[in-house]
Design a protein around this ligand. Structure first.
Ligand SMILES: [Zn+2]
Length: 145
């Protein structure tokens, strides 16, 4: 077995031949992935030097609903401060869904997540409705169990 599963190498795979929307989301995901990896490196360096004073300062609430692509990086930065590792995982999962053709569908209710939301968060797994429900229940869907 000589297969490497190093996460850093995933982005160096040959680019799948996506077209149109898929290509756009694919490129956005790859770009984000690079940024998150950079941020992870940066923050892990930083964490060694400072005691965690970064935290949540003013309880920023989520305001993703109507973000356009202009706010995309800014929004990314906010989410990265709290959960870079999770974001990286979500990006990888989104890339898998793109490959399997399930990208853009809510994982709870299978509704289309919608291009606006995907532009703001290309790694979004849930439609706004399902996400809101999950947020109320600490990420779970008691009603779907
Ligand atoms: Zn849904």
């Amino acid at each position: 077995m000589s297969q490497k599963s190093d996460k850093d190498n995933a982005s160096k795979k040959t680019t799948p031949q996506y077209r149109g929307e898929k290509k756009k989301y694919y490129e956005a995901l790859i770009r984000l992935r690079e940024q998150v990896i950079q941020q992870l490196k940066f923050h892990s360096d930083e964490a060694l030097n400072t005691n965690d004073n970064a935290g949540e300062k003013n309880g920023m609430s989520t305001h993703m609903a109507d973000l356009g692509s202009d706010n995309f990086l800014h929004d990314m930065e906010l989410s990265m401060l709290t959960s870079e590792g999770d974001v990286l995982e979500m990006i990888d999962e989104a890339l898998d869904r793109l490959a399997s053709g399930e990208y853009g569908k809510c994982m709870d209710c299978s509704a289309d997540i919608g291009p606006k939301r995907l532009e703001a968060k290309p790694y979004a797994m849930f439609c706004v409705n399902c996400k809101a429900i999950r947020e109320k229940h600490g990420g779970l869907r008691p009603d779907l169990d």
